[in-house]
Design a protein around this ligand. Structure first.
Ligand code: PMP
Ligand code: GLN
Length: 380
């Protein structure tokens, strides 16, 4: 049988590759981003309760209304802005499905989509599958700041979408208010849709404020926000998230959503609705992860790795150029196999495998695991 791959350049994701390698060699796994501690027992009990109370059939297509109400309340409380629960919020099977659905709903052949590299891995294939063209803006280590003049030069009549991600995976950088104002200015009076991937909105450090698109009225009017409960409540395996946008955009989103997933795991939604109503469940997250970042960095401060402290997310990038000039993918594999510590090489998120000799380490781990990882890093 003959067929032509629609994604000829795509292989198994680096997260799957590195986690499998870590398992095979019994290495400490700081590669794929997930916590190695339990989610709150209260939340787990709420899911059991929902199952035992009969929430086991299809949820409404846009999501449980109670959960959408709780999400709307969060935006009101944190950003003093409103998304209507009935028409402007949809619960999704993780942020990945929201992102795929947004891109599928709006991108046609030859539409251009601007992304910032190093970029999270699910944006590009979704754009390509829909015939769109990825236009990359490369951010430079170690600060990963955006050159907005370059963005301006890359915007043209074919530009249909800009995808931003703050706090950013994998670099751990964040957009400032100034960045958001520049984006707002550049997209004003255009038909560009902004996809703002805010899955790490509650993990931001050193007193910085998360700059959501919903804080900027013109940006809000053209934007989707994508979010993930997996990141916020330590249960990435539940694959539950949501997206918000103005209602006209959301109506188009739902046309696609109802045919690629229809609706999402119902008992989890019921539990999350109760759990989200207590703001401390997400407000305490930044200080929780800042302590982990600080512990990890203090343990490796005398190592040969160079770093700038992560400003958000649960990832820290480390520059290993003082140690070896190996290609980062090779070094990451060798570190896993020979030293028992797995990390993610950043070049896979760049065009043409651009290699700045940096690896990403996930610090969503118990203090014990971080100490064991630090011992290995200090020995290199
Ligand atoms: N966007 C970014 C930047 C992410 O890091 C992740 C997951 N790590 C996702 C989207 C996908 O989130 P989910 O697991 O909820 O699909
Ligand atoms: N988002 C996770 C990370 O950045 C990985 C998710 C996945 O494996 N697709 O590590």
């Amino acid at each position: 049988m003959q067929y032509q791959s629609k994604l000829p350049n795509v292989s198994i994701s680096i997260f799957s590759v590195m986690s499998a390698l870590a398992n095979k060699h019994k290495a400490i796994n700081l590669s794929q981003g997930f916590p190695n501690f339990k989610s709150d027992q209260k939340l787990i009990d709420l899911v059991s309760k929902a199952m035992n109370s009969g929430f086991n059939q299809y949820a409404p297509m846009p999501g449980s209304l109670e959960l959408r109400d709780a999400i709307a309340n969060k935006y009101d409380l944190l950003y003093n802005t409103s998304y209507h629960p009935e028409t402007e919020i949809t619960v999704t099977a993780g942020a990945t499905q929201a992102i795929y659905t947004i891109i599928s709903a709006f991108i046609r052949p030859n539409d251009e989509v601007i992304i910032f590299r190093p970029a999270y891995d699910c944006y590009e294939p979704a754009i390509e599958l829909n015939g769109g063209k990825v236009i990359s803006v490369q951010l430079e280590a170690p600060f990963y700041k955006v050159d907005w003049n370059e963005v301006r030069e890359k915007i043209n009549n074919n530009t249909k979408m800009v995808i931003i991600n703050t706090p950013q995976n994998p670099s751990g950088s964040v957009f400032s208010e100034g960045d958001m104002l520049r984006l707002q200015e550049l997209t004003k009076k255009t038909d560009i849709i902004v996809l703002s991937d805010e899955v790490y909105e509650h993990i931001i450090f050193d007193g910085e404020k998360h700059q959501s698109v919903c804080l900027f009225s013109d940006l809000k009017s053209r934007s989707f926000i994508t979010a993930s409960f997996g990141k916020t409540f330590h249960n990435t395996g539940w694959k539950t998230g949501y997206c918000c946008s103005p209602k006209e955009l959301m109506a188009e989103f739902r046309k696609v959503h109802q045919f690629n997933v229809f609706s999402v795991h119902h008992p989890t939604q019921k539990a999350l609705a109760d759990y989200l109503n207590e703001p401390n469940h997400y407000l305490d997250l930044s200080s929780f992860y800042q302590e982990k970042r600080d512990l990890f960095l203090s343990l490796i401060q005398d190592s040969r790795f160079k770093f700038t402290a992560s400003k958000g997310t649960y990832f820290q990038v480390l520059d290993y150029s003082n140690i070896t000039q190996e290609y980062d993918v090779d070094f990451a594999k060798r570190l896993t196999i020979e030293k028992g510590l797995a990390a993610i090489p950043l070049s896979v998120f760049n065009d043409f495998g651009l290699d700045n000799k940096v690896l990403r380490f996930c610090f969503a781990k118990t203090d014990d695991t971080l100490k064991q990882a630090a011992e290995i890093l200090n020995s290199i």
